[in-house]
Design a protein around this ligand. Structure first.
Ligand code: ADP
Ligand code: ZN
Length: 627
């Protein structure tokens, strides 16, 4: 694939080398820059050092890839994510951009072949893992290969202040000493002010321009739902998105396997992913997900870092995340392609207690930090405020007041309903059980008492003789659990110790003593998807309909082409492009080129096949067409 691009005469300067907008369309097929991309590209072209903080999906790669094809010389990209390099290089090559990578996954002969290609100047981009810089002679080689620019991806990894410090990143400090004249661009999606200053200092950036994009992800919808009958709720949620890809984050390995098993049993192709799997299995699971063979991955947080899949349509947090930062990063893996995507968090008081339990076993000062983070996370989950505004506030950003239009609290502001009678029943039950036994009980047992259940513990503690035994039969178990969680949230109840035994707070005692009324937030409705279409394709926001049947045919075509080339489907065209084709129905190559994501190389290689598919579909009289 590289041979065709080696012979370009270096002296011809075309429009595509001068005009970034034209180059963007020609090479990548994109119509417009995302926020800050244009400024960053201009800086790289001008040979300036820079630091860029863009959210996931913000389009960091393009910031160094576009200058790499517009200017002669080699761009070296340092990235810790070895698993990602191959897909990125495949993507570039499919777009006609000569690129390669060097990392530990390659055999000796392969490395040599690539180095020979580099020596002949065949590549515009070289991806390397930081370890590579320790190889003897590597710096000399880079100079021979015509190194012209350096991009450091995941730049926060160099800082011990960051959450993902990698010691091997420290070697990067050497780059500036070895190559004083080569400009360096540092890019990351995670950095506080302190990490940013540290990265700049460590890399020795010279008067860098610092770019900080908004962390708002307008295409993501955030929802929090009570964790009740969670396995069934998960199956229902995934079923509604059957043809889409998604990630389900779980707190433990066991939960990942249970959740994946549950989904498989419901006929949904799902797989578990966690650190306990052997590396070969892990790589296979990841590969099957990227290639759309498996739709859903139930994973511990180990999953997702090394994945560049733009069409992840949802991220579910089955268990409570440890902190808001992690939650933001994980949800951020949804919808990188900019299409509407869903983030759902299952929340229960039990999960808070479980986390607390882990935290209690940590030594100080980690313990205090973890506690503070958990409190913030809990506050976020319980809040009735706009999720987007609270998330952004966490990162020091102010989101304008008024409904954001894409979070549960803005879409379905929850009504406050009177629950005085039931609240009294539950609060008294807490008091009675404690008085009778001399110690406290957890919510589940107390709900058993209210429901009048005949359990072992009931007989053992004699709780069938309590005055509250069986007085709550008119409310279902889930309703009592939700009420309990709400009273905890309101601070009328508190839970203590490893067993989460409940007790009344002074506030709760006051409510009972003074016969004050109690309101609770009505249960949120089951999450429904935005922009629904008959077969679950999901209409793009604002743009209305596209032909779902044609979209499916185009997906099949894309899949066939991708399999022939042994690359992930999104490398051929992203979903956004297929949706646009299914909307505009281009019948000529000229019309196809006007669609976002169709660059000139891809137009030449696949354009005919897609135009023909549209024509065949339109002529197929039997095929129903969408309005
Ligand atoms: P990041 O590394 O910041 O998470 P990526 O570089 O992976 O983001 O880009 C996310 C997605 O957005 C990719 O699928 C990429 O092709 C796409 N993309 C990047 N820039 C643009 C643009 N200007 N217009 C349309 N899509 C873009
Ligand atoms: Zn909102």
């Amino acid at each position: 694939m590289n041979a065709s691009t080696g012979g370009e005469p270096a002296s011809t300067v075309t429009l595509f080398d001068r005009d970034p907008g034209a180059a963007l369309k020609h090479h990548f097929g994109f119509e417009a820059f995302r926020p800050l991309q244009e400024q960053i590209v201009a800086d790289v072209l001008a040979g300036r050092d820079l630091f860029a903080l863009l959210p996931t999906g913000g389009g960091k790669s393009l910031c160094y890839q576009l200058p790499a094809v517009m200017r002669p010389g080699l761009t070296m990209v340092v990235s810790p994510l070895i698993a990602l390099m191959k897909d990125q290089v495949d993507g570039l090559r499919t777009a006609g951009i000569p690129a390669t990578f060097l990392n530990s996954s390659l055999g000796y002969a392969d490395v040599r072949r690539r180095m020979e290609g580099l020596a002949r100047g065949e590549y515009r981009l070289l991806y390397v893992a930081p370890e590579r810089l320790r190889t003897p002679d590597f710096y000399e080689r880079l100079a021979e290969w015509g190194l012209a620019r350096i991009a450091i991806d995941e730049a926060h990894c160099i800082s011990e202040w960051g959450h993902d410090f990698r010691p091997e990143y420290r070697t990067l400090a050497e780059l500036r000493r070895r190559y004083p004249a080569i400009p360096i661009a540092a890019l990351t999606a995670t950095a506080t002010g302190r990490v940013r200053d540290d990265v700049i200092a460590q890399l020795g950036l010279r008067a860098p321009h610092v770019y900080v994009a908004s962390f708002d992800r307008p295409n993501l919808t955030y929802r929090v739902t009570p964790k009740l009958r969670a396995p069934e709720a998960l199956v229902r949620f995934v079923r509604e998105r059957e043809r889409e890809s998604g990630i389900v984050y779980c707190a433990t390995r066991r939960t990942t396997e249970a959740a994946a098993g549950r989904l498989c049993a419901a006929g949904i192709p799902a797989a578990a992913y966690h650190a306990g799997l052997e590396p070969g299995t892990r790589a296979r699971v990841q590969e099957r997900f990227v290639r759309d063979d498996v739709r859903v991955i139930c994973a511990t947080i180990a999953f997702g870092m090394g994945i560049d899949k733009p069409n992840v349509r949802y991220v579910v947090h089955y268990d409570l995340p440890k902190n808001v930062e992690g939650y933001y990063q994980e949800t951020g893996r949804a919808g990188r392609d900019g299409l509407p995507s869903d983030c759902l968090l299952f929340f229960s008081a039990g999960d808070i207690a479980k986390q607390q339990h882990f935290i209690d076993e940590k030594p100080e000062p980690e313990r205090s930090l973890a506690r503070a983070q958990l409190t913030q996370m809990t506050r976020f989950a319980q809040s009735g405020e706009c999720r987007r505004r609270s998330l952004l506030a966490y990162f020091g950003e102010t989101y304008p007041a008024g409904p954001c239009g894409a979070c549960d609290n803005c879409l379905e502001p929850r009504a406050r309903v009177d629950a005085t009678t039931d609240a009294y029943k539950l609060l008294s039950c807490v008091v009675r059980a404690r008085e009778a036994s001399g110690f406290g009980f957890g919510l589940h047992h107390l709900v058993d008492v209210l429901l009048g259940h005949e359990t072992d513990r009931m007989w053992r503690f004699g709780h069938d003789r309590l005055s509250t035994y069986g007085i709550g039969k008119d409310r279902p178990r889930a309703g009592w659990l939700a009420l309990g969680n709400d009273l905890l949230r309101q601070g009328l109840l508190e839970s203590e110790g490893a067993h989460n035994t409940l007790a009344l707070t002074p506030e709760g005692r006051g409510v009972l003593a003074e016969r004050r009324s109690v309101e609770v937030t009505s249960a949120p409705p089951t999450p429904a998807r935005r922009g629904s279409t008959p077969t679950g394709g999901g209409a793009p926001k604002g743009d209305g309909s596209y032909d779902v049947t044609l979209f499916e045919r185009l997906r099949t075509l894309r899949r066939r082409i991708a399999d022939e080339r042994d690359v992930p489907a999104y490398v051929i065209f992203p979903d956004t492009t297929l949706r646009a084709i299914a909307h505009d129905l281009p019948r000529t190559l000229g019309a196809l080129r006007r669609i976002g994501g169709v660059g000139d190389k891809k137009l030449a290689e696949f354009g005919q096949a897609f135009v023909e598919a549209v024509a065949a579909y339109a002529e197929d009289a039997a095929a129903p067409t969408a309005p």
